[in-house]
Design a binder for this molecule. Structure first.
Ligand code: F6P
Length: 544
């Protein structure tokens, strides 16, 4: 079925006309008109409570947004993804992170082969290895048990592992120390290892391609660091394992493929935290809890695949994001978890959302005439409240916010949790309803200050409430955003699964490296700014 270009679709035009009428309507009015709005625009599913009542939408808006999803072929795209079709057309790859959490008996065929048994075979090897480390049965070169696990990776091979470790630290084996090295800046490696004993340290070199400059540089440094204390090449087998799709490069690096955990080209880096890339997570929380996390992912996969769009949480999340991004012109989305353990969740989401949907052409290569991915950012509440919330409340930009909270704390200490959650509810209330000038005046504020004390409100929020942060809940949260990204990408007609935009900088850096390291004055053929910067760097570095 041919799909019209996005901005020519009838549903798009209808939304444009609808926006003209609705964009001046205040949430105060919408709530006043419908006393049950708070319950009617909320969903309970997956053990989650998804409150989208504080969005600038009516039933008509939702009907039109769902019409847009349908007209954009979202249903067909979902079926294509789950069916293993090569929807990553620029790389001719299937997109099957959903297979990573498929149950053992499921069948998902790629190139004539059911990939589910392979997924479970790797999970079983990971579990056996994780247990050996956790029980102290995997010994280092000198016979000492492993106490420190250092994941070396970058992008999807780092952000998922570090986010999941921080998020699930409560469930982690506290006798083990976990560190994450990603940056090619040596500081990252040095600080991560300065207090570790080589004899007790295991490196997990995580890289889908096993060619990434940052990761391979850090892995080589780690190798040197180990050898300098342990002396002997045979130590490497006890202190290095690899997670990769590239067995040849793993072998070349000197890691036995017996110590390699594989995954497949149909797992995108930013969709890989539940593949073998999650090995550090599994060592931290154990195979059972890792399985619980996968169950959480899977519950959302099933919900996404089978729930009508009107009650489909990731579909609604994606469509609401489009509503603000494409009609209100909102440039960013703030993700504000009221849970300290989720402190790296916004950083994780930045790669998931922006590397996926930061695209300027559609699947057939035509330049888009509409906005694609907004900028995602955020910090845990309540810290953000004492920093950037000022701008959200009274600045000039419209910033839709996702507030994430939990009914039950992981640490029941005094009044902390009630105070924390009071802030979730208060912020959503303040952002939606604000404080108009007459109310400010009625409170006796001097006239000269009234304008400064007014809160316009009408700032949209989603409040996502879960019972408690568990591995299963984390899996659900991540999968919700994965499928929200998918929904947005499907409507925009872009490829959410490639990342050509990272290539140019990589290639130029490769060209500049010898110009920084070579002897003599290199002949520089860049623009005058880059030439001057390189010369100045060489001069200063030379006089160290
Ligand atoms: O930044 C580009 C990218 O390819 C990401 O998509 C990926 O997650 C990251 O680099 C790391 O790649 P690899 O796992 O192959 O080292």
């Amino acid at each position: 079925m041919d799909i019209l270009p996005l901005t020519r679709r009838p549903s798009w035009r209808a939304l444009q006309a609808h926006f003209e009428k609705l964009h001046t309507v205040h949430l105060r009015t919408l709530f006043a008109e419908d006393p049950r709005r708070g319950e009617r625009f909320a969903l309970e599913a997956l053990g989650l409570y998804f409150d989208y009542s504080k969005h600038r939408v009516t039933e008509e808006t939702l009907r039109l947004l769902i019409g847009l999803a349908e007209e954009s072929g979202l249903r067909r795209r979902i079926d294509a993804m789950f069916g293993g079709e090569k929807i990553n057309v620029t790389e001719q790859r299937a997109v099957l992170h959903v297979a990573l959490r498929a149950p053992k008996g499921a069948t998902i065929v790629v190139d004539g082969e059911n990939v589910v048994p392979q997924v479970h075979a790797v999970l079983e090897r990971m579990a056996a290895f994780a247990e050996r480390i956790r029980n102290g049965n995997w010994r280092g070169h000198t016979g000492k048990p492993i106490r420190n696990i250092v994941n070396i990776g970058i992008g999807g091979s780092d952000l998922g592992p570090v986010m999941a470790y921080e998020a699930l630290r409560f469930y982690s084996r506290r006798a083990l120390t976990f560190r994450f090295v990603s940056n090619v800046d040596a500081t990252d490696f040095v600080e991560a290892t300065h207090d570790l004993d080589q004899a007790e340290t295991l490196f997990i070199v995580s890289s889908k391609t096993f060619t990434t400059l940052e990761t391979m540089t850090n892995a080589r440094t780690a190798r040197q660091w180990c050898l300098q204390a342990l002396g002997d090449e045979s130590a490497i087998a006890k202190h290095f394992v690899a997670v990769s799709t590239n067995a040849a490069e793993v072998t070349k690096f000197g890691i036995d493929t017996g110590n390699m955990f594989g995954f497949w080209d149909w797992v995108g880096g930013r969709y890989s935290m539940d593949s073998a890339i999650g090995l550090s997570t599994m060592i931290a929380i154990g195979p059972q809890q890792f399985q619980a996390m996968l169950d959480g992912f899977r519950a959302v996969d099933e919900h996404f695949r089978s729930t009508p769009f009107e009650r489909n949480i990731p579909v609604l999340m994606g469509l609401l994001s489009i509503w603000y991004n494409n009609f209100f012109g909102a440039q960013t989305v703030a993700v504000l978890p009221y849970e300290q353990y989720l402190k790296r969740f916004p950083a994780y989401l930045q790669q998931l959302t922006m590397e996926s949907n930061g695209k300027q052409v559609t699947l057939d290569g035509s330049v888009v005439d509409y906005q694609t991915s907004p900028v995602y950012w955020g910090e845990p509440g309540t810290n953000g409240q004492h920093s950037f919330y000022q701008l959200i409340h009274q600045g000039t930009k419209l910033i839709p916010c996702d507030l994430i909270g939990f009914a039950k704390p992981l640490h029941s200490v005094g009044r902390h949790h009630d105070l924390l959650m009071a802030n979730v509810f208060a912020q959503a209330e303040a952002l939606a309803f604000g404080k108009p000038a007459d109310q400010v005046r009625a409170e006796g504020v001097p006239q000269a200050l009234v304008a400064h004390r007014v809160f316009e409100g009408n700032i949209p929020t989603t409040t996502l409430l879960a019972e408690r942060l568990t591995p299963e809940t984390l899996g659900k949260l991540v999968a919700l955003y994965e499928h929200s990204v998918f929904t947005q990408g499907a409507v925009w007609g872009i490829n959410s699964f490639d990342q050509w935009g990272v290539e140019l900088g990589k290639a130029l850096a490769q060209r500049i490296v010898p110009e920084l390291e070579g002897a003599g004055e290199p002949e520089l053929r860049h623009d005058s700014s880059t030439n001057a910067l390189i010369r100045r760097y060489r001069r200063q570095r030379g006089s160290e």
